[in-house]
Design a protein around this ligand. Structure first.
Ligand code: ADP
Ligand code: MG
Length: 287
């Protein structure tokens, strides 16, 4: 590989908004055969909105006050919804995120739990006949969360996050380049499948705890794959670091950008097949 052709390649990429951290990444990009994309904020816009809330106003007040302590996009959607509904929030006395499962907080001396089935199971909360509603929302690609106050199930809050308009074309281009394309998410399998279907992805790896994302990438590497990981969140950083090529979404967190080998500006997924195209053109020219 001549340094000049590598410089021309990374230069051409940069003109298109694809920032390689070093020339060596161009060569490894050329060798990729699998690509794993995070769901929220990578395939979707990462700006979820509340579509359904089944409980009363008092529960909304507790729910949103509890979520105020969370950085998660799901939490921001809930707080925005409560604000629209003109519910005044209070400060939680206590707040704890339960990674991959939800949150636990104390508001006005009441214990609030918000999260998935696992969170409720772990706290022994019976969810009554909520299962059917959950399934319906998940089949629509939404993330439905259960709410409990003082150990008692109160209702569901469901949010929808729309896919990026360019995601289906970008994924098609990656598949046409011969890559195995997969989606990785902490969200449940039904929601994951619904979103994957909308963008043309067949393989989903769902219900993955934040700390286990890197492990999933490692497993693919042990199967002999050269893997790219695409992500935006703090949670994605270890997986971006361990992947053969880590690709950060420019609109994502600083932590993800630091861990990655490539950053695509503006979160435009079309830049990923473009980066691969540039790598092929450059490396083939060298050889
Ligand atoms: P993702 O890969 O989409 O970022 P996470 O691992 O962050 O997913 O979250 C997995 C699941 O945990 C969510 O789908 C949701 O059910 C639950 N969860 C996470 N954070 C929150 C929160 N702040 N409030 C309620 N539920 C949450
Ligand atoms: Mg994300």
């Amino acid at each position: 590989a001549t340094p000049t052709s590598i410089m021309v390649g990374t230069g051409k990429a940069a003109e298109n908004g694809i920032l390689f951290k070093g020339g060596e990444h161009l060569e490894r990009t050329h060798e990729l055969d699998a690509i794993v994309l995070d769901k929220t904020g990578t395939i979707t816009k990462g700006k979820p909105e509340v579509t359904t809330f089944t409980a009363d106003r008092e529960t909304l007040q507790l729910l949103a006050s509890a979520e105020k302590g969370s950085e998660h996009p799901l939490a921001q959607a809930i707080v925005a919804y409560a604000t629209e509904e003109e519910v005044a929030l209070s400060d939680a006395e206590q707040f704890q995120a339960v990674p991959g499962h939800g949150i636990e907080a104390t508001v006005s001396a009441q214990t609030i739990l918000v999260g998935n089935r696992k969170l409720m199971q772990d706290h022994g909360v019976a969810i009554g006949d909520a299962e059917q509603t959950l399934i319906e929302m998940e089949e629509a690609g939404e993330t439905a969360m259960l709410i409990a106050v003082d150990g008692e199930y109160r209702g569901i809050v469901s949010v929808a996050d729309t896919i990026k308009e360019t995601a289906p074309d970008a994924i098609k281009a990656l598949q046409d380049q011969g890559l195995t394309v997969m989606m990785l998410t902490g969200d449940n399998e039904r929601t994951a499948q619904a979103i994957a279907k909308q963008v043309g992805i067949d393989d989903t790896i769902s219900e993955v705890l934040p700390e286990d994302k890197a492990e999933k990438v490692k497993e693919l590497q042990l199967q002999g794959h050269k893997v790219a990981m695409v992500g935006d969140g703090v949670n994605d950083a270890p997986a971006l670091a361990i992947a053969d090529i880590g690709i950060a979404i420019g609109t994502g967190t600083e932590v993800a950008i630091e861990a990655a080998d490539i950053t695509i500006l503006g979160g435009e997924l079309q830049l990923i097949p473009k980066a691969i195209k540039v790598s092929h053109a450059t490396i083939r020219n060298i050889r």
